[in-house]
Ligand binder design. Sequence first.
Ligand SMILES: C[S@@+](CC[C@H](N)C(=O)[O-])C[C@H]1O[C@@H](n2cnc3c(N)ncnc32)[C@H](O)[C@@H]1O
Length: 395
Amino acid sequence: MKNNKENRFPLVVKTLLGLEDVLAQELKEIGTTDITTGKRVVYCRGTKETMYKANYWCRTALHVLKPIASFDINTEEDLYDRINGMKWEELLNTTGTLSVDAVVSNSILTHSHYVSLKTKDAIVDRFRDLFDMRPNVNIENPDLRINVHLSNNKCDVSLDSSGYSLHKRGYRLQTGIAPLSEVLAAGIILLSGWDKKSNFIDPMCGSGTIVTEAALIALNIPPGYYRKSFGFEKWKDFDADLWDKVKTEALDLQTDFEGEIWGSDISERTIDIAMDNARNAKLHKDISFYVEAFQQQIPPEGGGIMVMNPPYGERIKPDDIVQFYKEIGDTLKQNYKGYDAWIISSDLNALKFIGLKPTKKIAINNGPLECKLHKFEVFEGSRYKKPKEDSNPKE
Ligand SMILES: C[S@@+](CC[C@H](N)C(=O)[O-])C[C@H]1O[C@@H](n2cnc3c(N)ncnc32)[C@H](O)[C@@H]1O
């Protein structure tokens, strides 16, 4: 298929706060053009092939939307009329299923659920009027997932080419207590600038999300490799040959990895879960798992990248969390010379007690939790930073 300008169309790719630039780079690498970033979103233009690739390859994408209409509304009747006037029969069969996701900000219509219902009514009424039959709603696995974005009085209507969120990779069988989103894990690894040759360690790996994403990156396996389905596979214009081509090309792009990927955790049960997940992804030979307390751990020689998602303190007492983060800092200084350590936490006060000066601080969200990702470069004589004695552990 020719990637010429004529068959390009706009794409709106959603991500997590803090990962917009990483996603923009990923979208550039797969061949999209006219890339600009917004808050939790990247706009670009692509072909059908790059849309398939964005779903299959972009590790930091949550949803790849294809805009199909944009108009102004002043009343809820405007919304109904404009949606009802669109040729939905070209996109969906009467026997098909649909769902509508709505996002509303500063709009005359304030309830997203109401906007989604109104949109659905306008679509099914059109089918009933034309064919005396209507498609049904299926929230979990619809044939057509429609996205409505209302901001002020501007309404953007898109088709969700991903279907269910792309963070659901399909390799995770079970999780620990506080698993990281796969998209966030991949985003942190890409932000770390890991060279995919040196050692990679997560010493509080829980269910193994970060090390599994690291192995996928090291071996250049697409994050969509394990997924059962994508939204675009049910579209009327689905090109099965093109999709096969995208997947076959990806197989040829897989690489070997000679370095070490280590995941460890103090909890044996959690390591069992991590190993099951890695085995399910057929990555168990690429990751070494250990049951070990971080404070006792000696990482492999030669330096590399360490990414850590320690407990944030929701389940640990404030006094203990300060001591815990102090111990993380002490262990880094003693055992991790030559490593760049990236630590994500929502406990901004506890992070101060690591006692090293971060060389980077990135605002990032883990689900509803506002977090900071701090980078510490650990070397001989690393600068010790004394936390303020009056820091309030509950701050
Ligand atoms: C927030 S969870 C990590 C979740 C993980 N990123 C995932 O996606 O499943 C924190 C983990 O730190 C582990 N942990 C707590 N204290 C530890 C210690 N001293 N040494 C090693 N692991 C520890 C816990 O068992 C837990 O699995």
